[in-house]
Ligand binder design. Sequence first.
Ligand SMILES: Cc1ncc(C[n+]2csc(CCOP(=O)(O)OP(=O)(O)O)c2C)c(N)n1
Ligand code: SF4
Ligand SMILES: [Mg+2]
Length: 351
Amino acid sequence: MTYIAKPKLHHPGLAKNKLGFTHRDYEGRISTLCAGCGHDSISAALIQACFELDLEPHRIAKLSGIGCSSKTPDYFLGQSHGFNSVHGRMPSVLTGANLANRDLIYLGVSGDGDSASIGLGQFAHCVRRGVNMLYICENNGVYGLTKGQFSATADKGSKSKTGGTNADSPIDLVSMALVLGATFVARSFSGDKHQLIPLVKAAIDHRGAAFIDVISPCVAFNNHAGSTKSYDYVREHNDAVNRIDFITTREPITADYPAGSVQEVVQHDGTVLRLRKLDGSYDVNDRVAAMNYSLAHSAKGEVVTGLVYVDPRPQELHDYLHTVETPFNRLGEKDLCPGTATLAKLNASLR
Ligand SMILES: Cc1ncc(C[n+]2csc(CCOP(=O)(O)OP(=O)(O)O)c2C)c(N)n1
Ligand code: SF4
Ligand SMILES: [Mg+2]
């Protein structure tokens, strides 16, 4: 329950980062999500990444929409700025905040419903504008908060918990981010903290639009048995499997597997996720190759994870708009009202 505060006591031996903060200083309130929800693992990865990056919590702004995923900013970085907006509208609120104060680190936290259904247009425009942010989609293929309707990322043919079949083609947000010009694109799995934490750190460090699609199982409603997740499909492809983990129901799902291999992860409902980790020969700077690779493996029923694409020389919205470097809240009257002579000069330059 959110009204139960976490005890403030710290063990005196807790490790501190360079700023003298402990891991606890990056935590939030007690999570109210279902036990074993993938979203909680993503919160844990964000906490660990910010701790390891020695970030000052007051320099971070968390923005989200509506959904179980969008609730999570309450459960991490309790001393940072936070704004829980309207369903699917996080990107425009984040863009506005970023334009007003470019000095903060922006974390946009969203769900697949929030980003790929009602908020698809918002997602597209903030990515194509190159807003400097880490945009995380906690992707479980369902509307978890409203009890498990298919989202736009659900596989065609997958079954809902109540037995309905999804007839629509899925939206692949990684492919979309690549097409839209994101300068950092990755996919990970909430249960693979060894992959996710470094990706989060790299994305925070990236100066431009960074997008991470994190497959995050919904233990309550993720009942899809689509072509990529069915037992039949897995049996057919069993030769390619390095290792299969059978996970006890309602325990957090974990996966740890070497680069270049395929991991099949059995989810809480018995469906299987095939994760292919990119190997060392993959060129992360080739956008077109990244699209081809991602689509080719998607056609084989595999989910490509890892750093899919990064632009080594990214630009961001402020570069395009030539905005002033000083955040709006630090501009004085003299900056904002430079006087009639300056106004006349400006007007003359426009004639
Ligand atoms: C404008 C509007 N439409 C619909 C809803 C109802 N609603 C709340 S959360 C949600 C879907 C959330 O799904 P997702 O973003 O995938 O988050 P999850 O709960 O799966 O993490 C919907 C449809 C709403 N709150 N506001
Ligand atoms: S309903 Fe699904 S997404 Fe929501 S908290 Fe429970 S497991 Fe997580
Ligand atoms: Mg969802």
